[in-house]
Design a protein around this ligand. Structure first.
Ligand code: ADP
Ligand code: ADP
Length: 230
């Protein structure tokens, strides 16, 4: 069953910029997928379409079976918050509050009470190996730890799909490997993960790769085994 399907998707920006020129992609439940390509190949555009942050020029985007073209902005934001967790290169944490509150505040949209939000946030921080850092503010955490807080916030509501856009871009290779290991752990426990990256080494670490070049998918292939970055 597909979490996301793109069918014949194009995206043209003003100025006749053809960012995507006819892309088909199925993200199946359980995938650990890399979308990889050089700068300007259309990765961010694809992320925005998969993430329902933007709509295609032509073609169809289905998210858990819902055609985004048929949904109002309000329905779309509801679908997005139920279905998708986002992690970006920048950690986007609130500097003034603890790791626990950063994650718990991400659950405000669910209407869950404060106590239950904090319990779920603590569980999510434990899943990313930060059970011992609940009270720390971002400034008291390393870059890798801050990104793991961002991952915890993205998965605290148990979204079926986690979208990570250059998640190791601001990290040294050791901290980057920790974050990738956390994403693989989450995938093992059932979360579908799509990583957007320009880095072939990071992509090689995902089970499945989709290569973009000049707005087209040029190659996708499967690996039998994970080969973590050392
Ligand atoms: P990548 O993420 O792989 O670097 P992008 O999706 O950001 O690729 O960009 C693909 C192409 O679309 C590039 O030529 C880029 O300059 C162009 N582009 C991206 N966003 C916009 C925009 N908002 N307006 C005009 N052109 C854009
Ligand atoms: P970049 O990697 O280009 O430096 P980011 O990774 O922070 O920037 O953001 C990528 C894109 O996603 C931007 O267009 C930004 O507006 C958007 N974005 C960032 N944070 C969020 C968010 N929490 N929810 C939705 N969209 C976001």
């Amino acid at each position: 069953e597909a979490v996301v399907e793109l069918r014949g998707v194009t995206k043209t920006y003003p100025g006749d910029v053809h960012a995507l020129r006819g892309v088909d992609l199925t993200v199946a439940r359980g995938d650990l997928l890399a979308i990889v390509g050089p700068s300007g190949s259309g990765k961010s555009t694809m992320l925005h379409l998969i993430g329902t942050l933007d709509r295609p020029t032509t073609g169809t985007v289905l998210v858990t079976g819902h055609d985004v073209a048929t949904l109002s902005d309000r329905q779309l934001s509801g679908l997005r918050s139920r279905t998708l967790g986002f992690v970006f290169q920048q950690f986007h944490l609130s500097p003034g509050v603890s790791a626990l509150d950063n994650v718990a505040d991400g659950l405000l949209y669910t209407g869950t009470g404060r106590r239950a939000r904090r319990e779920r946030a603590a569980e999510a921080l434990e899943r990313v190996g930060l059970g011992h850092r609940l009270g720390h503010r971002p400034s008291e955490l390393s870059g890798g730890e801050q990104q793991r807080v961002a991952v915890a916030r993205a998965v605290a509501g148990d979204p079926p799909l986690l979208l990570a856009d250059e998640p190791t871009g601001n990290l040294d290779s050791h901290a980057g490997a920790d974050v990738l290991a956390v994403l693989a752990d989450l995938n093992e426990s059932g979360t579908t993960v799509a990583v957007i990256t320009h880095d072939a080494e990071i992509a090689g670490w995902c089970r499945r790769q989709v290569r973009l070049r000049d707005g087209l998918v040029v190659d996708g292939h499967e690996h039998d085994h994970l080969s973590p970055v050392e």
